[in-house]
Design a protein around this ligand. Sequence first.
Ligand code: BDR
Ligand code: CA
Length: 317
Amino acid sequence: MSHQIILDCDPGHDDAIALLLALGNPDIELVAVTTVGGNAALDQVTRNALAVLTMAGATEVPIAAGCGRPLLRPIEVAADVHGDSGLDGVVLPQPTVRLDPRHGVDLIIDTVLAAAPKTITLVPTGPLTNIALAIRKEPRIVDRVAEVVLMGGGVHVGNWSAVAEFNVKTDPEAARIVFETAWPVTMVGLDVTHQALATDAVAERVKALGTPLAEFVLGLFAFFRQAYRDAQGFDFPPVHDPVAVARVIDPSIVGTVRVPITVETVGEQTLGMTVADFRRAAPPDCHTQAALTLAADRFWDLVIDAIDRLGKARDHA
Ligand code: BDR
Ligand code: CA
């Protein structure tokens, strides 16, 4: 079954892999890409997204630039894990994909309203600014979206503070709007993405594909590995964002539990924490769920298969 998704992203090494998974998997139809300031400034991440689409030969996917900063706070980029450009460590092609002149928020709204109800899944892999603004600008999207499967947050873990994850902490007010809106939200957080490690064995499998696209992915892994070693003490980098796409492709790869989740927006030590209330069984109207388990081997099978397909298609283009 094909799933139509809008990927709202801030590439970002792992966002780039999420784009490649979405483009290379036969069960996903990437109907739009929107960008948001996050890992780097908006013009950088937009250029990166255009370059990755170009690299993948995806010239027909509408792509628009969204918000350049969080709703209430100044932008806080993640140069220590992605470099100043957001995609340091690889040579990007000159983009041949054209940017849609619409604002990203409008592209999201137009795409959702033009589609049949409950057919589009939103997959945000950056700060949630565009999604929150889209809800406020056009509340009718809430009932029309099939679900929101976002990379962000976590139940027992943080990376941008002891208890908060980067995408949520960067724009906690936007995240709060998205989590508290009554639509199905799946939080694919650090509990699972810290298991999606690009190990040597994974890199070997990518290398064996032998395409220029595979080499590009290896370049992404190499930079990300060193950055995660230096910044967060990981042996191998957690490739967060494609886990959300994998959850849409095959929900059995990412195990979830229904639990009420909200976002801390005022805490001195806990700003941006995703607060999951496990004290009792989730009430029947609970619309949020948290991802807690990952079948990492099957996840990497999906990613490597997508890189292979795209790489071969490029070779034959
Ligand atoms: C998230 O933060 C970003 O740096 C990554 O692209 C990912 O979306 C992980 O916390
Ligand atoms: Ca991201």
